[in-house]
Design a binder for this molecule. Sequence first.
Ligand SMILES: NC(=O)C1=CN([C@@H]2O[C@H](COP(=O)(O)OP(=O)(O)OC[C@H]3O[C@@H](n4cnc5c(N)ncnc54)[C@H](O)[C@@H]3O)[C@@H](O)[C@H]2O)[C@@H](O)CC1
Ligand SMILES: [K+]
Length: 529
Amino acid sequence: MKLATASQMQALDRRAIEEFGIPGIVLMENAGRGTLEFICHELGPVAGRTVVLFIGPGNNGGDALVIARHVHNRGGHPLLFFLVHPDSLRGDAGINVRIVQALDLPSEVVDDDTDPARMREIILHHHARNPVLVMIDGLFGTGLTREIQGRFARVIELINDLSRHAGWPVAAVDIPSGLHADTGQVLGTAVRADLTATYGVAKPAHFLNGAEAVGRLQVIDITIPSRVVAEAGLEGETVGPEIGRLLRPRTPATHKGTYGHLLIVAGSIGKTGAAILSALGGLHSGTGLVSLAVPHGLNPIFETALPEAMSIPLPGSETVPGYEDYDLILEATGGKSALVIGPGLGTDSRTRELVLHLYRDVTLPMVLDADALNILALEPHLIDNPPAPRILTPHPGEMARLTGLSTGAIQADRVGAATFFAGRAGQSEIITVLKGAGTMIGDSRGSWAVNTSGNPGMATGGMGDVLAGLIGGLLAQKYAPWDAARLGVYLHGLAADLLQDRKKVGFTASEVAAMLPEAMTELMAQTSH
Ligand SMILES: NC(=O)C1=CN([C@@H]2O[C@H](COP(=O)(O)OP(=O)(O)OC[C@H]3O[C@@H](n4cnc5c(N)ncnc54)[C@H](O)[C@@H]3O)[C@@H](O)[C@H]2O)[C@@H](O)CC1
Ligand SMILES: [K+]
């Protein structure tokens, strides 16, 4: 599913209006009417029910005014709370407010002195006559630009409180008010919606930090010509089950050589588990062969733990991979199709030299995770223009180190962070997989995608190691880097979702790795391979 930022959405609306002559009032009518259709589909008819609407200062409020009119026409009882004086509404919202005024629907104007307890009383009074079906949040949409304060904040708290205590559902117009459209960041406070109807194209906010405030999402066709959307060159998209179309089914006349050979450089004393987990991710990705280059003193551990993987004992140091091993590793890249480096590596000074040289020299596609990223962060100028595609898989803290930004700044603009290396890769490609709820994948061409699979049970140790191995395994099978990153992230989350669906709490990273083949089968079935 394509995603549009607030300014892209405004450009789409503008083009529909100016070039195609579709009046803005028509778009607003379609938005409001489509939203009510969605609400009735989810919650039942409005006839005989109170629908409480909160109207903000812009066109988001205008959409809610259209809903109020249609609720009235269908025998429902709209109750409106205006957060600005109705006479101050302009443009298409102004036209709709005059219609609503002519209909003489019950309404209240909320100012900074209005007591929320009084609003609650009014709503309960209406509820006693006609039970509330839904509360509609038409406060802010794509026009929210600053922190929410004063009466706006108090009304949002009231909506959330009534939803929690009275159990009335909340439907958001376009975006739950308080979420920044582009980043999903909560600007002060935000409505927690059960349903959200958005218009034309979904926005990043629906899938980023605020995803859980959105509830069930419906994209409403407001008759922006499909050509306008297609020609807009939107760089953002979601990664959902449709990604399964990229999976290539195995054909009978193949052997292990057909599916590539992944080399992993990982593990140091005390951190062998990370290397094992990344190897498991690689093995369960379906790649033909996995070789693990490890310090020779630790080799017996790997030989015992991973019978399916081959190991390459590194002679340089007993316990830590180092630059002494550079020649051997470079030689070992011969005949391999991808390299993963980082899990459990440590940041010893010899390891630093090794990682930086391999990053600059190896002509295989490469995944860099964990300590490899911390090492890269020490020499960030070396990141640009690698000789082959690089996939960096940082969590927000590692991304902060790589970019010199704060973790807060990374989280506040995850799209910006995931595309941080845009334009810096030269002939190759640098892909960033920014982990966390709503993992973001961005590439150096400016494209970005937000993952929709996965669950909070994944916030445990070792998950990232499995992901690095999995993406490496897909690269080894010759999936294009952009596809390997998106497929890897989606499958990893899907495997965890399958575990959770089986009522499993406290699942581990190795269980997620073991679930990957089933996740692949499931995804292939869903996309009718
Ligand atoms: N033609 C269009 O542009 C269409 C727009 N639509 C709706 O219009 C919305 C966008 O409308 P607008 O651009 O008017 O923006 P909004 O309705 O989101 O709100 C913008 C208004 O809120 C004020 N504001 C922003 N942050 C504030 C804060 N923290 N506290 C107090 N006031 C604040 C701004 O000064 C401005 O007056 C969309 O989300 C969608 O719901 C739909 O009707 C479809 C068509
Ligand atoms: K809203």
